[in-house]
Design a protein around this ligand. Structure first.
Ligand code: NAI
Ligand code: MG
Length: 770
């Protein structure tokens, strides 16, 4: 376009990025891509077509890896793992550093290929995806270097199976591979079927960087290949993608002993208060929902706008939408590119067409033919409308209004998801009051979609569990050096004897701060080693669990201060210490051992220890390379249930309780099944120690009957399975109902692991400067 005309029309011309570099790479690989196993590309097949969604043209053919091919890749990773671990952190750091350098060197190839394959604007792949991926490798080279000193008590998990989605192909690869390699794991990664290309370039880079053969393996394919990887003999599965597939994977790995992290969908609120800088908030929203065509798990897809400014805000937003330029992703002046695949486009169209609520506005901007969808705003929705609840995963924003901060929080949290949240207000006090109240793993204040390798990212509720990035992300790729022994099963003593006196010795459950009779009305007799009757313990059922969890959800313990929690734990310690003899006798009578007094002293010590930690298990302020602080706040995971170990009937009850309470959680304890009477006695200590109602509940009865109900309960966030693998499997098989965390405990003195299990990191981003 001649300059003269540009002055007349003030129109943008096109500024296409040269694609030949990417096409040449494909040609060099014969137009076919296939698995990268043991350091080489295996011969590829033309099973699936890889397409450029902007044009529909086929870029390459791809192998659909079979179960056998996945097995081969896993074997290669297995064979390489011991040496990679033994090489040591500093040696691994050199390799990760070389990967970062080489990715930097090939940044343009990677960016062009990403945009060709995925349809995202080159502006985004060039300035966001690729630089962030590179930063991830640099950052984790550092973690590898520091592992021997900073994480000396942790070791690699082994072989990690990693399954990633199509929305940020190289960035998700980096989030998965960098921490895994840093900690000494080897990996088998499966890129998404729509977007495998940059993973193949990365494979090439691995060969150049001196990654030992077998340390990184990449298998291409679709969901069937992913499912084969989930079934393979790997030690961990890390998955990012849809909640429905996450759920299937949680079910498939139940009882396998594989560790699991899930980063799933979201419907993240974008809250604008009436004192916000409106133009900045509008600009932020463009990034929140039209970045990557809205195909972002943490997209700010739910606008909650203060009623007083709603009309003004919507008008300014529509004006801005009309200026967004949709088109060729390789054009440097394009804002919105192509939707990843016609199937995804159909899903977006179907969801929007099925909606009859509110008013739908499509941006008044030219939309090319093909796999494109206009920026869309749907206003006037109610919080319960389908589109306010369901993830659309496209450039569609839904909007509703609120009147008070409390109402904004309520609407924001009215979601099965809990990934991210954004809030805009010029009032920093309001922002810092609201951020902790939002159920989300990440909160952005007066900004949105800020990411960095040093800051954790991940969700709560059905957005999944586990964090990626920062120190917290390393937890998911390492384990304590000392393996946890499988807890021994203990059989209760039998007998027929009558009680020595005629006092009623039928203990009760402890629910909602009160002694409670079991719903079913049954109890079970317990005998000492000589067959003497010690007492009866109630048999709890599903309804008792329901009552206990209801009490937990109402208890408000998570809002208390660490100082207060410490005081109550100290008080418990004091009251238990005062009854040492009584508890010691009870323990000895139940177990037939003479270690009762020692166990009581240990339990008192545990209470003192977690009382001490209650105001000291702190978060961090992350060192991120931008003008912002990223606060890593530790938040309680919420409502916990524990299947207490059979051994150490008192210590095994008090340890999970103290760790849970210290970190602000409520807990329902299912007592040691063969020796429950120390637990029922302990409820009197709870009553005497100012523990608020519902914070601790104690149930007795066969754990095998309780476990399935705990696993399936929608109100519980976490189940701690401390009594063995069999019940862990029972719980895990049902935990996908609400994507529950299931944890198998840690050594008694590994306080960090217990405290970690009681907390989840929320990253709160606060930019500074004008
Ligand atoms: P998906 O969850 O099916 O795909 C993600 C990855 O999982 C891909 O690599 C896929 O091959 C693999 N996969 C599929 N089925 C599998 C199985 N049974 N076992 C193991 N791996 C399996 O996501 P899809 O179908 O591409 O997109 C559907 C919806 O999922 C989107 O509309 C969006 O709502 C959501 N989604 C969310 C993402 C996020 O980042 N949270 C990313 C991609 C999709
Ligand atoms: Mg593609």
């Amino acid at each position: 376009m001649p300059i003269e005309t540009i002055f007349d029309t003030m129109e943008y011309g096109t500024a296409p990025e040269d694609r030949s570099i990417a096409l040449q790479w494909i040609a060099n690989h014969g137009g076919l891509i296939g698995p990268y196993v043991n350091g080489v590309f295996a011969p590829a097949r033309d099973d699936l077509a890889i397409r450029n969604p902007a044009t529909g043209e086929k870029l390459a053919g791809m192998t659909l890896c079979t179960k056998d091919e996945v097995t081969e890749a896993v074997q290669s990773a297995r064979a390489a793992q011991p040496d990679w671990q033994k090489a040591g952190g500093p040696a691994r750091a050199r390799v990760l550093y070389a990967l970062a350098r080489l990715m930097q060197k090939h940044a343009r190839l990677l960016a062009v290929m990403e945009s060709l394959d995925n349809g995202k604007p080159i502006r985004e792949s060039r300035d966001i995806d690729i630089p962030l991926a590179i930063r991830h490798f640099y950052h984790h080279a550092g973690h590898a270097q520091l592992m021997p000193s900073a994480l000396s008590d942790r070791v690699a998990l082994g072989v990690c199976g990693q399954i990633i989605p199509w929305n940020f192909p190289l960035l998700m690869l980096a989030w998965k591979i960098a921490p895994a390699l840093a900690m000494g794991n080897t990996v088998v990664l499966k890129p998404a079927e729509y977007t495998p290309m940059t993973a193949m370039i990365f494979a090439d880079i691995c060969s150049q960087a001196g990654v030992p053969p077998g340390v990184v393996n990449i298998v291409t394919g679709d969901g069937s290949t992913g499912a084969a990887l989930v079934d393979a003999t790997v030690d961990k599965i890390a998955f990012t993608g849809s909640t429905s597939v996450g759920r299937q994977i949680q079910e498939a790995t139940a009882g396998s002993g594989k560790s699991l992290t899930l980063e799933l969908g979201g419907k993240s609120p974008y809250i604008v208060f009436d004192d916000a800088d409106i133009d900045s908030a509008v600009e932020g929203l463009v990034d929140a929902i039209w970045f990557n065509q809205g195909q972002v798990c943490c997209a700010g897809s739910r606008l909650l706008i203060h009623e007083a400014i709603a009309d003004d805000f919507h008008n300014r937003l529509k004006a801005r939408m009309d200026k967004l330029r949709i088109g060729d992703p390789l054009d440097k002046s394009i804002d919105v590119g192509a939707i990843v695949d016609p199937i995804q486009l159909q899903q977006i169209q179907a969801l929007v067409q099925a909606n009859t609520a509110g008013q739908t506005y499509h941006a008044q901007t030219p939309v090319p033919e093909g796999c494109f969808y206009p920026p869309t705003l749907i206003t006037g929705l109610h919080p319960a409308d389908t589109l306010m609840q369901e993830e659309i995963f496209g450039p569609v924003l839904v909007s509703t209004t609120f009147r008070t901060p409390a109402e904004a929080v309520e609407i924001a949290n009215n979601s099965k998801y809990g990934l991210a949240a954004t809030l805009w207000t010029e009032n920093i006090n309001l922002a810092l009051e609201i951020a902790p109240k939002l159920v989300a793993g990440v909160v952005w204040v007066n900004a949105t979609n800020l990411f960095d390798a040093a800051a954790g990212f991940g969700g709560t509720r059905e957005s999944g569990f586990g964090r990626e990035g920062g120190w917290e992300g390393l937890q998911a790729y390492s384990k304590p050096r000392q393996p946890l022994p499988e807890p021994a099963q203990v059989t209760p003593f039998t007998g027929q004897g009558a009680a020595a006196d005629d006092i009623d010795r039928t203990a009760k459950l402890f629910i909602g701060g009160k002694q409670a009779r079991p719903d079913g009305g049954y109890s079970q007799a317990f005998f000492g080693p000589k067959g003497q009757l010690l007492g009866h313990a109630p048999i709890a059922n599903r309804k008792d669990i329901r009552n206990a969890v209801q009490a937990q959800l109402a208890c408000g313990w998570g809002k208390t201060t660490g100082h207060l929690r410490a005081q109550i734990l100290y008080y418990l310690a004091e009251n238990l210490a005062a009854q040492t003899n009584r508890f010691a006798e009870r323990l000895d009578a139940m177990t037939g051992l003479t270690t009762g007094a020692e166990e009581v002293r240990a339990a008192v010590d545990v209470l003192f220890t977690y009382a001490a930690w209650a105001d000291k298990f702190e978060g961090r302020a992350k060192s991120v390379p931008m003008r912002a602080v990223a606060l890593a706040m530790r938040e309680p995971v919420g409502a916990i249930a524990a299947l207490c170990s059979d051994q150490h009937p008192l210590l095994g009850l008090v340890t999970p309780m103290a760790a849970a309470l210290s970190t602000g959680n409520s807990i329902t304890l299912c007592a040691s099944a063969p020796f429950p009477l120390a637990a029922t006695d302990f409820s009197h200590i709870l009553e005497a120690s100012d523990v608020p109602a519902g914070v601790v509940n104690i149930l007795t009865g066969p754990q095998a009957d309780l476990a399935p109900h705990l696993g399936a309960h929608m109100g519980l966030d976490t189940v701690w399975c401390l009594s063995g693998a069999e019940l862990t499997q029972e719980v895990q098989a049902r935990a996908s109902s609400n994507i529950k965390r299931v944890w198998q405990g840690a050594a008694q003195d590994d306080h960090d692991s217990w405290l970690d299990a009681g907390t989840e990191i929320k990253t709160i981003w606060i930019p500074y400067g004008e």
